[in-house]
Design a protein around this ligand. Structure first.
Ligand code: NAX
Length: 327
């Protein structure tokens, strides 16, 4: 039997954590033959709730679940981590200024980045889910100078999956036959969902969809889906977010199917004019446990404008973080 992979999940007692942990333990994230050791990180007030989740994880009697350990100490939680899912974040509460939100999250993702730097396994892969995900991922990466920047990702996969879901609903194309969708930029309302290269059952999506539907329905529906879920459920996306995190890590570890790509928030090397180091949603292929950005697309003026808008939004957020002395 293979030896267990250590997976650290922060915010383990939260809503996404509750949907995520059971799928990791079932083997959906790393594969049906990979045992997992789960390290859960929570704040002290939520440790008891995390213990309840751990009891349920054990009671599910997953054959692949080696052990569950709960920590409120960041260094212990990342000891030997091969995969780290940074889900816990400070939510924006009523009346909270953006600077306060960024400061609170800088106070979480800076120390977590340092702890990953000092304690995680050499092959650690980090996926940041907690919002603002792209900025939090940048802060964590900047706090981990010994870990290659390409090991810090921000989750854009939920946006990607939401885009596929809209295309399926509109055209009836099965998800398995929708290819080459991309959501450029940030996990925020600025994002740029793009079907310019997409195919639906092998046919170019642009031949099947009218421009008016794309710009006035598809793009805003994908970008504002999080708010629509809150409106309908009275709570933010949790199971779909967990599912997207599973998809992201599965593809990162196991590779993307030949001839297609997905969207991942990965560090730029300057592709499409995105400043080096920004963690940005790109079309990405995974090979041998690493992401490659698809860098040779001929992009339209609308896509170029969408990319620019996202660069500006990301840089503005990072400037605010620098003004706070976090970076
Ligand atoms: P919850 O509020 O249900 O859970 C968050 C958990 O994190 C809580 O249990 C809290 O105690 C814990 N936590 C807070 N600070 C921590 C710290 N320093 N160390 C460890 N744990 C800590 O939120 P949930 O619905 O699970 O969402 C989690 C995050 O995901 C939020 O920031 C949310 O905005 C973000 N999302 C990101 C998405 C994406 O696509 N990138 C989509 C879904 C979601 O909105």
């Amino acid at each position: 039997a293979k030896s267990p992979v250590t997976v650290t999940v922060t915010g383990a007692a939260g809503n996404i954590g509750y949907a995520l942990l059971f799928r990791i333990a079932s083997g959906a994230m790393l594969g049906p033959d990979v045992p997992v050791r789960l390290n859960l990180l929570e704040i002290p007030q939520a440790v008891k709730a995390a213990e309840g989740t751990a009891m349920e994880l054990n009671d599910a009697a997953f054959p692949l679940l080696d052990s569950v350990n709960i920590y409120d100490d960041v260094n212990q939680a990342f000891e030997g981590s091969n995969v780290a899912l940074l889900v816990g974040a400070r939510p924006r509460t009523k009346g909270m200024e953006r600077a306060d939100l960024l400061a609170a999250n800088g106070g979480i993702f800076g120390p977590q980045g340092r702890a990953i730097n000092d304690h995680a396994a050499d092959d650690v892969k980090v996926l940041v889910v907690g919002n603002p995900a792209n900025t939090n991922a940048f802060i964590a990466a900047a706090s981990a100078p010994d870990v290659p920047a390409d090991r810090f990702n921000a989750m854009m996969r939920l946006d990607h999956n939401r885009a596929m879901s809209q295309l399926k609903e509109k055209t009836g194309t099965p998800i398995s036959e929708i290819e080459k969708v991309v959501v450029w930029g940030n996990h925020s309302a600025d994002q740029h969902p793009d079907v310019s290269y997409a195919t639906l059952a092998g046919r170019p999506a642009l031949e099947m969809l009218d421009a008016e539907w794309l710009s006035s329905y598809f793009v805003p529906t994908v970008a504002k889906r999080g708010a629509a879920i809150i409106e309908a459920r009275g709570a933010s996306s949790a199971a779909s977010a967990a599912s997207a995190a599973i998809d992201h890590v599965y593809d990162w570890v196991n590779g993307t199917p030949d001839g297609s790509w997905t969207t991942a928030g990965v560090a730029s090397h300057g592709e499409y004019g995105v400043p080096e180091g920004l963690i940005f949603g790109f079309p990405t292929i995974s090979r041998g446990g690493a992401w490659e950005i698809v860098s040779d697309l001929d992009i339209s003026d609308a896509t170029r404008a969408g990319i620019k808008r996202n660069i500006a939004a990301a840089q503005e957020e990072l400037d605010a973080v620098r003004d706070l002395g976090i970076l």
